[in-house]
Design a protein around this ligand. Structure first.
Ligand SMILES: Cc1cc2nc3c(=O)[nH]c(=O)nc-3n(C[C@H](O)[C@H](O)[C@H](O)COP(=O)(O)OP(=O)(O)OC[C@H]3O[C@@H](n4cnc5c(N)ncnc54)[C@H](O)[C@@H]3O)c2cc1C
Length: 477
């Protein structure tokens, strides 16, 4: 992972900005850029980090748990990994619940984590206030605490992995671009780089958001459906009494934000309801990595942050970073061998959990390549679940706009994707629809999921998106 490859600001940091200015600017000045956008490497959460338990719960997929579980027992190994310090700090994390629905969801995640041996507990708002000095807890109904959660520096992890690999005989070609993969009779034979050719039998496309284009650059194209959205996070100057480095990371999914300590101040980003897919056509990697700030767009998350931490009003904002992140059509990562080209493997589309799941995903892909199959059933992550249908840019842009908010949405019964629908319908579609069919999508095909008799009226047509309503039997069914 080299996406956020620098540890410090490069060049001149932006002028400090106050919260009032930021909010005011976003309203009055149409969200013009403040300062110059530059890359930083936030210390990303690792292991059982902020986003991953939520992600695994929302998808309800066993494979995600496998990916986490594989990485978990290795957490302490990271401390001495390859003798390169990786900024491992055990902070713990707190997942807040503003509603009963969210609390039920957290209780489910909590029991799942405990089953796979990750300690966590449901705590009261009072306990939340004890764990984090700056949090406003008045609107909370509870929270989940994962005490052994940790943060690491993503750039240092990449360096540690590279250094360990090179100690074990791996040759690394820095600043070298793969132009395309050479294929003969449906089998990988080598890669063409900007510095020459390398012969090989196996190739792994792990080019992050560039994997889509790289897959299509072969004579025998490999479809890898993923697309990046702009992802914003804010950095502040240190607090007057700087936050302790082990202050817990906070995920306020109802407020759509995450918050963590960053050099004594705050790093806070989120997954907004209306994400912006990025348009990469005609742009080089540097342009894509240095996207513009957008204060207007960030305003709802900023308000959410100020509600959760009112004391921040007086703190200087240092920068709003816009850093793209990649999503897949079903919010699951993509791995395995291409059905079109033998020896062409992929490991991409981490849906904002690349550090959490990287260790597990890497291990399973290695097994896949060596033995022909992974040691756990992770077929739901197999590249073969997609076809050319899901590789259209238009489909992907619409779908990732739905997927990114899902990271913090409650995934409740009877839920289905709304975008990219009706791509394939049977001749019976209209007749079944008239008879009250409710539809689900499978590989582009619309399938009736269940029927609501037409005489049940309009009420029955609205889905009930609530665990509490279901439990108390207040559904329309
Ligand atoms: C702000 C932010 C916060 C995040 N927080 C978390 C978190 O708390 N926990 C978590 O688990 N995840 C988090 N993530 C997500 C995580 O950072 C990503 O999922 C992860 O970096 C993806 O890793 P990757 O290796 O798939 O892709 P990348 O990191 O994008 O790496 C792809 C690499 O391929 C290289 N490349 C591309 N094309 C070519 C080519 N043709 N030839 C050679 N090289 C090429 C690129 O230069 C790049 O170095 C966060 C992401 C963001 C943006």
């Amino acid at each position: 992972s080299g996406q956020r490859g620098q540890k410090e600001f490069v060049g001149r940091p932006s002028e400090p900005v106050s919260w009032q200015e930021a909010a005011g600017w976003s309203r009055q000045r149409g969200g013009q850029a403040v300062g110059n956008p530059q890359q930083v490497a936030p210390q990303l959460k690792q292991g059982r980090s902020g986003q991953d338990p939520a992600a695994s719960e929302m998808t309800g997929l066993q494979p995600f748990t496998h990916l986490l579980q594989t990485q978990y027992p290795r957490g302490s190994d990271w401390l001495n990994f390859g003798h390169v310090p990786i900024g491992y700090i055990r902070t713990g994390s707190i997942f807040l619940a503003q509603t009963q629905d969210r609390l039920i969801s957290l209780k489910r995640i909590n029991s799942r984590l405990n089953v796979i041996g990750i300690p966590s507990e449901i705590i009261s708002p009072k306990k939340v206030a004890e764990l984090h000095p700056l949090l406003n807890v008045h609107d909370l109904v509870g929270a989940m605490h994962v005490p052994e959660d940790a943060v690491v520096s993503s750039a240092d992890v990449a360096l540690a992995l590279a250094s360990a690999a090179s100690q074990n005989g791996v040759q690394i070609y820095d600043r070298t671009s793969v132009l395309h993969v050479m294929v003969k009779k449906g089998q990988v034979t080598g890669v063409e780089t900007d510095k020459g050719q390398i012969e090989c039998q196996y190739f792994v496309n792990c080019a992050g958001q560039w994997a889509y284009e790289l897959g299509l650059s072969n004579e025998e194209p490999v479809s890898i459906p993923l697309h990046a959205c702009e992802h914003f996070y804010l950095l502040t100057r240190p607090l007057e009494t700087p936050l302790q480095s082990n202050t817990p990371t906070v995920v306020d999914a109802d407020g759509r934000i995450y918050i963590r300590n960053w050099q004594g101040g705050i790093l806070s980003g989120g997954f907004e309801k209306n994400p912006k897919p990025i348009f990469t056509e005609g742009k080089n990697q540097l342009e894509i990595q240095n996207l513009q700030e957008d204060w207007d767009h960030f305003e709802p998350l900023l308000s959410s942050l100020l509600r959760r931490m009112p004391e921040l009003e007086t703190l200087e904002i240092m920068k709003l970073v816009n850093c793209p992140e990649t999503f897949t059509p079903d919010m699951r990562c993509i791995m395995g061998e291409s059905p079109a080209v033998q020896g062409y493997y992929v490991l991409v589309g981490m849906n904002s959990a690349g550090l959490s799941f990287g260790g597990g995903a890497g291990r399973y892909l290695a097994e896949w390549m060596v033995h022909g199959y992974p040691s756990e059933s992770i077929w739901e992550l197999d590249l073969k679940r997609f076809g050319a249908l899901q590789s259209s840019r238009t489909f992907l842009r619409h779908r990732v706009m739905e997927v990114m908010p899902l990271l913090y949405d409650l995934k409740v019964p009877r839920w289905d994707f709304q975008t990219g629908r009706q791509l394939r319908t049977s001749p019976l579609y209209d007749r079944l629809d008239a008879q009250g069919a409710r539809w689900m999508e499978k590989h582009g095909f619309e399938r009736p999921k269940y029927f609501v008799p037409p005489d049940k009226g309009k009420k029955a047509r609205s889905h009930v998106y609530s665990f509490v309503a279901l439990r108390t039997n207040k559904t329309h069914f």
